[in-house]
Design a protein around this ligand. Structure first.
Ligand code: SAM
Length: 325
């Protein structure tokens, strides 16, 4: 897909670059705030799974009067610095990272913890949902250590098979839990956000990092929870009909006869996974992708070796010509 066609197809992607946000996700947090006034009175906040940093940008502008050290951002990946934001590079499911985060809040708890964490999706829905739930529980575990009573926790959630269990778990710690879908989150995505307000842990609850919260086996069908254990949370869509629809394509708003001017991303990725492929392409070493559908079945049958589908290095490529078949 060309750069312009992506800008045209994804209006929030384009707007993010125009407005200087590092990612389109910024609009999700802004729209959640519009609906729930998340930032009201917030002085200290934690941004878990923060890279490339658009939520941290929003928080640093909206929280704590922009004084330094009020926002702590954490991610597995390196993130370009942001003024006033303390950065920690680490895995939020690891004890060492959790401890490092908590030490910034000793004696001075946070008002808001947000987590936009997403695992690298595999396409196997059960696995992806499980990984996402684990990230959410790791984030909740950290939140129980740093949040002040009455504080707020917002986390990305996949509305999958076992989501009811997550809601029940969250309700143990917060007086209000609901599921929100900002307009900038595509309808086609099972992503939504758990908005948990009024941190109020059960009496006598002592947060313990070494015993991950509510780690469970996934053998039971949790949607069969019933009685007081089954919590059905309200579902809220954020944004009215005037907001852009993230599933629609919008024209590029060009003045008569003018040409579209491409805006580069605000913060290009520091070490993207495709870096190696770019290097190979620059050196002319990247092979053309060789897909099975490019060969007719009878030609594939005659191949002396199995068809290599994703071959990166040119020297290893088998060229599909009549001579080789
Ligand atoms: C959707 S992106 C977050 C976008 C971010 N909110 C923003 O506005 O720029 C999801 C992030 O989760 C991070 N992540 C996934 N698993 C993690 C983990 N176990 N610990 C820390 N970060 C993690 C990924 O590295 C990725 O940067």
């Amino acid at each position: 897909m060309g750069r312009t066609s992506k800008d045209k197809r994804d209006v929030y992607y384009r707007l993010a670059k125009e407005k200087g946000w590092r990612a389109r996700s910024a609009f999700k947090l802004l729209q959640l705030d519009e609906e729930f006034q998340l930032f009201k009175g917030v002085k200290r906040a934690v941004d878990l799974c923060a890279a490339p940093g658009s939520w941290s940008q929003v928080l640093s502008q909206k929280v704590g009067g922009q004084s330094s050290g009020q926002v702590v951002a954490v991610d597995l990946q390196a993130m370009a610095p942001l003024p006033g934001v303390i950065q920690i590079q680490g895995d939020i499911t690891q004890l060492s990272t959790a401890k490092e985060i908590i030490q910034h809040f000793e004696g001075c708890p946070a008002d808001l913890v947000v987590c936009d964490g997403a695992p690298d999706v595999t396409g196997l829905h059960d696995v992806d949902e499980y990984m996402q739930a684990q990230l959410l529980l790791a984030a909740l575990n950290i939140a129980t250590h740093v949040l002040k009573p009455g504080g707020c926790f917002v986390a990305k959630i996949f509305r999958g098979r076992d989501v009811t269990l997550l809601y029940s778990q969250l309700r143990i710690f917060f007086s209000s839990v609901l599921c929100a879908k900002p307009k900038s989150s595509r309808n086609s995505s099972i992503e939504a956000f758990a908005v948990c307000q009024g941190y109020d842990p059960p009496e006598g609850f002592i947060p313990d990092l070494t015993r991950p919260l509510m780690n469970h086996s996934y053998e039971t069908d949790f949607n069969q929870l019933h009685g007081p254990a089954r919590v059905i949370v309200p579902f809220v869509t954020c944004g009215d009909l005037s907001a852009y629809d993230s599933d629609r394509t919008y024209s590029l708003d060009l003045d008569n006869g003018s040409e579209y001017k491409y805006t580069p991303p605000t913060q290009p990725p520091i070490a993207p996974p495709y870096q190696e492929a770019c290097r190979l392409k620059k050196n002319g070493q990247l092979a053309k992708e060789f897909l099975p559908q490019e060969c007719s079945i009878d030609r594939v049958d005659k191949l002396s070796q199995p068809l290599a589908i994703h071959t990166l290095l040119a020297p290893k490529v088998r060229i599909c010509t009549s001579d080789t078949l």
